[in-house]
Design a binder for this molecule. Structure first.
Ligand code: IVH
Length: 677
């Protein structure tokens, strides 16, 4: 198949799949069988694989939740019923409102009974297990709710997920939904191990569960202590249940690990369960972030239906964040890879939801002043989703009678002694030392991190040694490291050295967006890096783009544009770019180049004057999309664009039989080839 035919076909397939999805999920009135849908999806996947330039970000094959970067590692699987999320309540009043709302919708009086099931809300990631004839056929992540990732081999390694269901009880089909989580102790142990190996640690048990499950190599998953607990059903055959609690009971009969649950007949019952769980929270071996309340009767569930991806028949009543009192022993400045100096507090150790914490973030000096946080204060610390808690407030009334001194930002960088400055209009302070070793270590660490060039084995300790031994001064130097140099480092064995060299060699071929993210430009996270590379797929062009050009990129604002332009304008950066190119690091995104340069190889000749464009603007419009603008017409001219009062070029075009576009024709052409940002 040639690319034009493929382009037409992928367009048709996407439209058909979208229509079918809408019928299936929104109108709940399917227009085709699952097998037909699968065939369309497979054909689209195949074509996109063969013609990568045809992949569009909104293609149904691409919509696997927020899991972008690595989503391609797993096959997409469609959930036969969408995996929804939950509406949230923070207070008992909000739960009461929910109760009133659904009673009104169902026409059930306030005094009449309405049965609910209450369960803990596990803080993990939801998965679906499909058992056919008692055998585990597919296991997938939630993805965007409609299409998830096939992680069957990984899920098979979990001890709590049976490969087979008891033959006598197993129905022909049962889709089990539940949560994969990592127990808190196991999470802490895993992080200690990662830290010892100089690898990045996980921020919380949920991230570590997700990271451990979504591994290319199932053997890594096997080594991670993951648990599974079922909390619902998807589609089933020959498993008749009238209520959610009956569903849980049948899951128990199938010997699956099932969530604990309690029936509730009133708001008081629900509140009691909430309170009990909240009291138990510190003693449970896993993270719980609230309770889930579900209408038990499945017919009533159907009547209630769902709105914007959440069922009306369930609600998550969240726990408040965990808070504890502790003393601030010291306030210390810490230095990040951008040179930003962030103060943090060293605490008298406290246990917060199972984790022993010794540090709290203080964010910036304004925050310290606003909350009047001082060394020696008693503080209320709170843990949100992250490992490092923050300080909610201090208790000035508990200070010693002579008071406590205000903390001051140091005037010199604690690592290199360079001056510390506050940038205009910003709350943060920065080290101004261009060769600050701590910054260098941090930046190299970021460069090799998972979301960037993913250089396994490039831990913080190794980087410190490389910097200290004067072997690495910038990103570029990593690529010319030799085996002998690595072996010269303390505690570096032959195997580790070879592995590290191999990881560095692999890094050369990472997508350009990861490289750009890895450069650690201020304000450029993973998404911004992708946006930049989509518009300017060659690193050379990105580096050459001035602030004005960057601001023209859709999705890039003035702050990012300024930061990117300043980064590449720096002479040191240019050196590093040259080193990267010399080392053979990939610096062009070919797929994006094709998409961004749809007019590549096309030559235009302009003649006459145009109504809506100046000559220069038109030229820029065409060259930005990869087109070339030539001065005179020849056989090689692809299009002559003629405005008012055209010159002899138009005659020449007619003579050579070259296609002629008027202004409207040109606009149509440009519409067909958006690109060029
Ligand atoms: S029921 C439509 N039950 O919470 C019903 N979900 O915020 C959705 N979760 O994606 C699932 N514990 O991953 C349900 N006992 C429980 C749960 C639970 C944790 C997760 C689940 C879901 C998320 C929604």
């Amino acid at each position: 198949m040639d690319i034009e035919t493929a382009r037409t076909r992928t367009g048709q397939l996407r439209a058909e799949i979208e229509r079918a999805n809408e019928a299936y999920y929104i109108r709940q009135d399917p227009t085709m069988s699952d097998a037909e849908w699968d065939a369309l999806f497979d054909e689209l996947t195949r074509l996109e694989k063969e013609f990568p330039s045809l992949v569009t970000p909104d293609s149904p094959t691409q919509r696997v939740g927020a899991l972008r970067a690595v989503s391609s590692d797993f096959r997409p699987v469609r959930h036969s019923l969408p995996m929804l999320s939950l509406a949230k309540a923070n207070t008992v009043e909000e739960v009461a409102e929910w109760d009133t709302r659904i009673r009104r919708m169902l026409g059930i009086d306030r005094a009449a009974p309405l049965r609910y099931t209450c369960e803990p809300k596990y803080d993990g990631l939801s998965v679906e297990l499909v058992y056919r004839a008692g055998r585990l056929e597919t296991g997938s992540t939630r993805g965007d709710g409609f299409v998830g990732e096939d992680v069957t081999p990984n899920l098979r390694t979990l001890g709590s997920i049976p490969a087979r269901l008891p033959a006598e009880a197993a129905p022909p089909l049962v889709e089990v939904r539940g949560e994969v989580y990592m127990p808190i102790d196991a999470f802490r142990q895993l992080n200690r191990g990662l830290e010892a190996e100089g690898k990045p640690v996980f921020a919380n048990p949920r991230n570590s569960a997700a990271g451990s499950l979504r591994q290319k190599d199932p053997e890594i998953t096997r080594a991670r202590p993951l648990e599974f607990v079922a909390h619902g059903l998807g589609r089933t055959e020959e498993l008749s249940t009238r209520t959610h609690s009956e569903g849980l009971a049948s899951l128990r009969r199938l010997a699956l690990p099932v969530t604990e649950s309690r029936s509730a007949a009133s708001l008081e019952d629900i509140a009691l369960f909430y309170k009990e769980m909240l009291d138990r929270r510190d003693r449970t071996p896993y993270e719980m972030d609230g309770i889930v309340v579900k209408v038990d009767d499945l017919h009533l569930q159907d009547d209630l239906g769902w709105v914007s991806r959440s069922p009306r028949w369930a609600i998550a009543w969240k726990f408040p964040p965990v808070q504890r009192r502790s003393r601030i022993l010291r306030i210390m400045p810490s230095l990040g890879r951008t040179g930003k100096i962030t103060p943090f507090a060293e605490l008298e150790p406290v246990v917060l939801s199972g984790a022993r914490v010794k540090l709290a973030s203080l964010f910036n000096i304004d925050e310290i002043r606003r909350k009047d946080i001082r060394e020696g204060d008693i503080a209320l610390v709170q843990r949100g989703g992250e490992v490092i808690p923050n300080v909610v407030r201090v208790y000035p009334e508990e200070r010693p009678p002579q008071g406590l001194p205000e903390w001051q930002m140091p005037e010199r960088c604690p690592a290199c002694g360079a001056a510390v400055e506050r940038l205009e209009g910003e709350v943060d302070f920065y080290c101004t030392g261009a060769r600050c070793p701590v910054q260098l270590v941090q930046r190299l660490f970021h460069f090799g991190s998972r979301g960037a060039l993913d250089i396994t084995g490039l831990g913080e300790k190794t980087i410190q040694q490389l910097v200290q031994a004067d072997l690495v001064h910038d990103f570029g130097d990593l690529f010319t490291l030799t085996r002998a140099q690595l072996l010269g480092l303390e505690r570096m064995g032959e195997k580790s050295a070879d592995n590290l060299l191999a990881a560095i060699a692999r890094a050369k071929d990472q997508p350009v967006a990861r490289l750009v993210y890895g450069l650690g430009i201020r304000h450029v996270g993973e998404t911004v890096a992708e946006t930049l590379v989509r518009a300017l797929p060659r690193l050379e062009d990105l580096a050459a783009a001035n602030e004005q050009r960057l601001r023209e990129v859709h999705g890039i604002g003035p702050v990012v544009a300024k930061s990117v332009a300043a980064f590449f304008a720096n002479a040191d950066t240019r050196d590093v770019m040259a080193k990267l190119r010399a080392a053979g690091v990939r610096t062009e995104d070919t797929a994006a180049s094709q998409a961004a340069q749809p007019l590549a190889g096309k030559t235009f000749v302009l003649t006459g004057t145009f109504e809506s464009y100046s000559r220069e603007a038109l030229k820029a419009l065409l060259t930005r999309r990869g087109g070339k603008v030539a001065a005179s017409v020849s056989k090689k001219t692809d299009y002559v664009v003629a405005g008012a009062d055209p010159g002899s070029k138009l005659d020449k075009a007619k003579q050579l039989n070259r296609p002629i576009l008027d202004e409207a024709g040109l606009e149509r052409l440009l519409e067909e080839v958006p690109g060029g940002a």
